[in-house]
Write a protein that binds this ligand. Structure first.
Ligand SMILES: Nc1ncnc2c1ncn2[C@@H]1O[C@H](COP(=O)(O)OP(=O)(O)O)[C@@H](O)[C@H]1O
Ligand SMILES: [Mg+2]
Ligand SMILES: [Zn+2]
Length: 604
């Protein structure tokens, strides 16, 4: 027997077999019972929720030889509707090339009586795709259809159907099918197919299907092809790159404990297993949302994705402020994912930020802000004399204020932070000076082809590669750079570091800004900037040769000149500092005036 996809095999054959859509089934059954048949119906709703199936059921009910409104699935009419061969039940796909011709053809033939049944049923799928010519021709027929004709128009985009057509139809809005109804349908099919399963596997499939029965059955079929005749949750996770609840909880608890090593390890293994990062982020948010609700209410019935036991241990581990902070960071990441080209790299940074931040809600309320603070230009709230960490922390807290474009500052009173939206829209988080003059990107200094692809009309994105040749400076060169280092310039650049916070949501610079922001300026010599990082994986990204142009472009905008950016980790910085002082004591440091730097030579 030829292979038939599950979702084709299990098209509902009676109204009773339809999952969900109960309001529609009931109305149609009533209409049939009372013999009140309209001449045109419009079925709208998401794909795979039963529109075509319902249209066919309706066609059977109109023509079943067992009686009006029946679907015996035994008589000639029912059987031929089921196998698609009924001469009076005509399916037209308006999305296909010949849709228009078919509509013209049907209009020609609409006047002829049905051949086999009582009614001719025209099912026009994706009706919004019809050309206006075909629409108009159809409209005339819809105005005065012969008594033996029923039109069923189906669409996923009802707003694109001419209002004059819609107004001539009885409209039924199909909805996404509830999880319970999909579960019931899947279990019924699995039992018929003699497949064993565990319920968590079914639940994982349902989550992926997002209310679509056809999608649920297609996913199920994929899993069966992968796992054979017995399916487990792990099969679904493996196949679709999902993390289990336990993995999510373990990750959250490592984050909460600030166990950076473990977070990095888990991240590596997620990535190695091809996890879907966007979905993981949204799943982590679901878990944190449950944790937050439980911390506040202790009501286990309000939990939707975790058990009460898990909720309790999260409550003990993470206080409400921290939960809110984690949620805020992840929500922002979800938004940033839309504008970066390398989601994975951004996700790594987000996890590190989650694990290393421990900001408490030290937000100044309107009441305890000084009048100066209320009036001040936002950037000025940060005093340059403060320690770097404090500045960064404070800048993060006031970030939503610092990003109001200059022209709006006068018109807008600073608002207390609680009132600021959690998610910043793109662009609005960019410092105004950078928006001026179309970001002042120096087109002349860019290689020709880059200008072509990243020109002003299509701003493109500064991408970050994860692997490739890395710049590697030897100790001798590093010592030379240290000799050339300029303390004042380092302070200047450090102050500008806060600007990256605003740039993180920028479509062009998001990822690069995020990466740079995590470093600290360690040495600034004329055209070299050495950054210090806490984590090797971040320093490495900076040093990848192919990332230099993106980093260079952003640095040029921030500091106003070309700089070569090189990154080291803290341990390396300490080691270099030691040798620098040793050499100085021995009076063996090179003289600044003799130093020639060749930075781009060595790679590994
Ligand atoms: N509400 C539903 N109840 C049962 N099965 C459904 C339902 N919706 C979709 N299906 C399954 O998906 C397949 C395709 O559904 P279909 O009716 O063509 O969806 P639509 O026309 O809305 O895109 C059906 O054959 C059936 O297996
Ligand atoms: Mg359909
Ligand atoms: Zn029948």
């Amino acid at each position: 027997m030829a292979y038939k996809a599950l979702y084709r095999t299990y098209r509902p054959k009676t109204f009773l077999e339809v999952a969900g859509q109960k309001h529609i089934v009931r109305t149609i059954e009533n209409a049939l019972a009372n013999n009140k048949i309209a001449h045109a119906y419009l079925f709208s709703g998401p794909r795979g929720t039963g529109k075509t199936s319902m249209a066919k059921l309706f066609a059977k009910a109109l023509n079943c030889e067992e009686g009006f409104g029946q679907q015996c699935n035994q008589c000639g009419n029912c059987l031929s509707v089921n196998d698609g061969s009924h001469p009076d039940v005509i399916e037209i796909d308006a999305a296909s090339n010949n849709g228009v011709d078919e509509v013209r053809d049907l209009i020609e033939k609409v006047k002829y009586l049905p051949i086999k049944g009582k009614y001719k049923v025209y099912i026009i799928d994706e009706v919004h795709m019809m050309t206006s010519g075909a629409f108009n021709a159809l409209l005339k027929t819809l105005e005065e259809p012969p008594a033996h004709v029923v039109f069923i128009l189906a669409t996923t985009e009802p707003h694109k159907v001419l209002p004059t057509i819609v107004s001539r139809c009885q409209r039924y809005d199909f909805t996404k099918v509830e999880d319970d109804a999909i579960r019931e349908k899947m279990v019924e099919i699995l039992d018929l197919e003699k497949i064993t399963y565990d319920i968590p596997a079914i639940n994982a499939i349902i989550e992926l299907a997002d209310g679509g029965v056809r999608d649920a059955l297609s996913i199920l079929e994929h899993v069966l092809a992968y796992a054979g005749n017995s399916i487990k949750e792990k099969d679904v996770f493996d196949l679709f790159g999902l993390a289990s609840n336990k993995e999510k909880l373990d990750l959250i608890s490592s984050i909460a404990k600030g166990d950076v090593k473990d977070v990095l390890k888990r991240m590596e293994s997620f990535i190695a297993s091809g996890i879907d990062i966007k979905r993981l982020t949204s799943n982590l948010l679901d878990v944190l949302k449950d944790a937050l609700i439980y911390s506040r209410t202790e009501e286990h019935i309000l939990l939707s994705v975790i058990t009460e036991k898990d909720a309790l241990s999260l409550k003990e581990l993470i206080d409400i402020d921290r939960l809110n902070e984690m949620i805020e960071i992840l929500l922002k990441a979800q938004n940033d994912f839309k504008v970066v080209s390398n989601i994975r790299s951004l996700f790594e940074l987000v996890l590190l930020r989650l694990a290393t931040s421990s900001k408490k809600a030290t937000i100044p309320s309107e009441d305890n802000q000084t009048p100066e603070m209320r009036k001040a230009e936002p950037q000025q709230i940060i005093k340059p004399t403060e320690k770097k960490e404090e500045v960064l922390k404070k800048a993060e807290v006031i970030a939503p204020q610092t990003v109001i474009p200059e022209r709006e500052i006068n018109a807008q009173q600073p608002t207390p932070i609680e009132a600021a939206p959690l998610i910043e829209t793109n662009g609005s988080t960019v410092p105004s000076w950078l928006l001026e003059d179309e970001m002042a990107i120096d087109e002349k200094n860019r290689p020709a082809e880059e200008v072509k692809t990243k020109g002003k009309d299509s701003p493109g994105q500064c991408t970050i590669d994860l692997a490739g040749d890395k710049n590697a400076l030897d100790d001798e060169t590093m010592i030379k750079i240290m000799v050339l280092g300029d303390k004042e310039e380092r302070q200047n650049i450090s102050k500008k570091w806060d600007d990256f916070i605003g740039l993180v949501a920028h479509p062009r610079y998001g990822l690069v800004a995020s990466l740079l922001k995590d470093g600290r300026p360690y040495i600034v010599a004329k055209d070299v900037l050495v950054l210090e990082y806490d984590f090797d994986c971040l320093a490495e990204r900076i040093n990848i040769v192919t990332n230099q142009s993106s980093i260079g472009e952003l640095m040029k905008n921030i500091v106003g000149r070309d700089v070569f950016v090189y990154a080291i980790v803290r341990s390396e910085a300490l080691r270099l500092q030691k040798s620098y002082f040793n050499l100085r004591q021995l009076n063996r440091l090179p003289k600044a005036k003799d130093i020639q730097l060749n930075l781009k030579g060595a790679t590994i």
